[in-house]
Ligand binder design. Structure first.
Ligand code: GLA
Length: 740
């Protein structure tokens, strides 16, 4: 999959579906990007893709008018030397200057790929992927940069990351380092990303790309509610089914940027990596810094193809294979039903009732530890509160398991409350400068996870619970962002390392726990979706998508999430009404019809429900379990809806053999006297016939004409005003099964 022309130093990565080509520029020895797109035939030379004009510019060499890096499309641009666009790397030298010149040195190819030290990394066997490493040497120091490119055989995916090694003496500082930079030759694209805030995460945003810089990112210590480490560029005409796109996603949960810069010559520079703000890394003698990994995809069949590529990639090459296709337990979470106020007996009764309704996992959320009666106490004291749980967690777990109910527990490991013994023993373990103000968030402070002893202490506390209480699941929360980044363990010149070291510590704790408890299901969460990212997905096969559980709000949130995350990881629950975030009343059916397209569960007080509702829940859990394999493993298609303003949403999942499908169709506000409605399905086999609600339809007509929804008139010949109306927030689920 990787071809190298030794004479021209040209590299061609191709898997028959996509091609990625770059070469070494003969004059400057920098890597010149030539092509990323549909697969092209391999040739002896790609030099005809090299474009050079004599332009008003500064040139590297005397006598040359075409050695301005500003006008060369590059793979790894440097700061300060003739290219004024934002760079891939900026190094600060002992002299104080930031002038580097990285030139091509050599390359290496191997089958498969290696894990990046300390960071979540996509994986693939020797048969599944090949890796090219290109080594660059700095002309002004003994710093070597290795650029890693992995191409996958089964998907249009190339991953990139880089490593910087100080092979010389003394300290250098990395002021910024991108995981990947790519210079595309055109700029007529739309810029797509997921925008949000707490309780309204991942709303799709699509804008025309303009000259200048457009950037998304986070400097909050987590990938954030605001932006997801993902963006795409697509041709302006691109829709779900047609049009070219480039998709980029970063396997990282901390501060990041995704940036697109269109220069004055219509070249589009893409940059993705750790956010340079609040980042500066001291690279001592013999040390190596590893960047997180970027996933890149290209296709021509519209945005749904991009989503399906990401879904398959995450399922096959990022999520723990033990979980990727494994059915997840339908759960009941205690949070919205009880908040902090519960007693052991109530929990037991609730869990037993849940079991009767077909729920398999009871999750005890916040409030079980220390003196935690509200959100202002006890984080960092992970031992059960005996007032609420007089017989302890082990007892509760035993009773549940005796009744065939799995048990899960909430933790917020990275946080500390000042009323805890841990804080009193180690006030210096907080992030923040003790001589300056340290801001709180939700009344809590952040542990300095960059310190090994901190990670070890929290591991010990969690291990005490995990080794004594039978737990199948934990919910790992993180409810505030980092402010005032400062570590008392680091020297003055290393304070720019706090944010990255923090997230490395978080990953380290995940590793330690999963190493000891490999069968534990961890659902990551950060005040809802503030860390819904591929980095977390590597450890946690499902992620709590949003604290907003309202079914209507969830339509745009889950729609946005589906842009790159597989349905099998989108945590979604049925909660009570009026909804606790927006006060909206939606039917139990609609709430479940939305939550079913995700990892399904409930989050309400079962004893506040009537018999009718309980019996409907039984039916819903049964229905979900019947179709769970399809939901977990099928191909996902978005059919309708494109933004928070949409009144109608629809999506579907088709099994890989195309023999069954599940369609969800949602209408926000009811319309009087509507036109006929039909929904064009996708992904079916045109030659199959499918049973849909006791009727039969051919696959081709379902896709070309659509599923007809004019049910209103059937058997209802009465006057319009006496007919039953569906009302606002209505929904339907259709199950399609091949009959012939
Ligand atoms: C966060 C989570 C919620 C819940 C609360 C508990 O907000 O996102 O689901 O666990 O914390 O405090």
């Amino acid at each position: 999959m990787i071809r190298v022309n030794e004479k021209t130093n040209c590299f061609h990565l191709t898997n028959g579906e996509i091609s990625y080509v770059f070469c070494v520029d003969q004059q400057t020895s920098v890597l010149e990007h030539l092509y990323f797109g549909m697969a092209v035939n391999d040739r002896n030379y790609f030099e005809d893709l090299i474009e050079r004009e004599v332009r008003p510019s500064n040139n590297l060499f005397v006598g040359s008018q075409t050695t301005s890096l500003e006008h060369i499309r590059q793979e790894f641009p440097m700061s300060s030397i003739t290219d004024y666009r934002n760079p891939a790397i900026e190094i600060q030298y002992p002299s104080g200057d930031r002038i580097s010149y990285f030139k091509y040195d050599r390359y290496e190819i191997y089958e498969g790929k290696k894990k990046i030290k300390g960071l979540p990394t996509s994986f693939g066997t020797e048969k599944e992927c090949s890796t090219l490493v290109v080594y660059l040497k700095d002309s002004y120091s003994d710093i070597e940069v290795s650029l890693f490119y992995t191409i996958y055989r089964d998907l249009p995916i190339i991953t990139r990351h880089c490593e910087v090694e100080n092979r010389g003496e003394g300290n250098y500082y990395i002021n910024q380092l991108m995981s990947a930079v790519l210079d595309l030759p055109e700029c007529e694209y739309d810029f797509i990303h997921l925008n949000g805030a707490w309780a309204r995460e991942m709303h799709l945003q699509r804008d025309t790309l303009i000259h200048g810089i457009q950037q998304i990112g986070s400097n909050r210590g987590a990938s954030s509610h605001m932006h997801n480490p993902f963006f795409a560029l697509c041709t302006p005409n691109a829709c779900e089914q047609f049009g070219e796109f480039y998709g980029f996603s970063l396997i990282y949960s901390g501060n990041f940027i995704g940036e697109v810069e269109v220069d004055s010559y219509d070249v589009t520079r893409v940059r993705m990596g750790i956010n340079p703000q609040d980042f500066k890394w001291r690279l001592g003698q013999g040390e190596t810094f590893e960047s997180p990994e970027v996933i890149m995809t290209f296709g021509k069949q519209g945005l749904n193809q991009m989503s399906q590529t990401f879904h398959s990639f995450f399922q096959k090459h990022l999520i723990d294979p033990n979980w990727a296709n494994k059915k997840r337990p339908v759960l009941l979470n205690s949070w919205e039903g009880f908040y902090f106020d519960f007693k052991e007996e109530e929990l037991i009764q609730t869990a037993l009732e849940a079991k009767k309704l077909g729920i398999d996992l009871f999750v005890l959320d916040d409030g079980w530890f220390g003196e935690r009666h509200s959100d202002d106490s006890s984080l960092g004291n992970w031992s059960e509160n005996r007032e609420k749980l007089p017989h302890g967690l082990s007892y509760l777990s035993e009773i549940l398991h005796q009744n065939d109910m799995k048990f899960g527990l909430w933790f917020e490991p990275e946080m500390i409350s000042t009323d805890t013994p841990l804080y009193k023993a180690h006030p210096d373990w907080l992030i923040g400068n003790p001589d300056k103000n340290i801001s709180h968030g939700r009344n809590q402070y952040i542990l300095d996870f960059g310190r090994e002893e901190v990670v070890e202490e929290i591991f010990q506390q969690m291990d005490r619970i995990l080794s004594t209480v039978q737990l199948e699941y934990i919910k790992w929360d993180m409810n505030r962002y980092i402010t005032e980044p400062y570590s008392q363990a680091l020297s003055a010149d290393c304070q720019g390392e706090v944010m990255h070291r923090y997230i490395l510590g978080v990953y380290q704790l995940y590793e330690k726990i999963l190493q000891k408890y490999p069968n534990l299901l961890i659902e990551s969460c950060a005040g809802g979706g503030a860390r819904f990212d591929p980095g977390m997905l590597y450890y946690s096969p499902q992620i709590w998508t949003s604290d907003d559980t309202d079914a209507v709000e969830r339509l745009s949130i889950q729609y946005g999430a589906s842009f790159l995350y597989p349905i099998s990881c989108i945590g979604s629950h049925v909660s009570t009404v009026p909804n606790h975030q927006v006060g909206r009343i939606t039917s139990l059916a609609t709430r479940a019809n939305v939550a079913m397209f995700g990892t399904f569960g409930y989050e309400l007080n079962l004893f506040s429900l009537g018999e009718g509702e309980l019996s409907l829940i039984s039916k819903q859990t049964k229905y979900y379990k019947e179709h769970q394999k399809l939901i977990m493993e099928g191909k996902f298609y978005r059919l309708k809806g494109d933004s928070i303003k949409s009144n109608e949403f629809a999506w579907m999942i088709v099994s890989n053999n195309q023999e069954e499908a599940l369609v969800g169709w949602y209408q926000v506000l009811a319309k009087p006297n509507p036109g006929y409605q039909r929904l064009k399905l996708r992904g079916l086999n045109p030659d199959y016939f499918y049973a849909v609600e006791e009727k039969e339809f051919s696959g081709d007509l379902l896709m070309e004409i659509g599923l007809l929804a004019a049910k209103n008139y059937i058997g209802k010949e009465q006057e319009f005003w006496s007919r039953k109306k569906v009302g606002d927030f209505s929904s339907e689920i259709f199950y399609l099964k091949k009959v012939r």
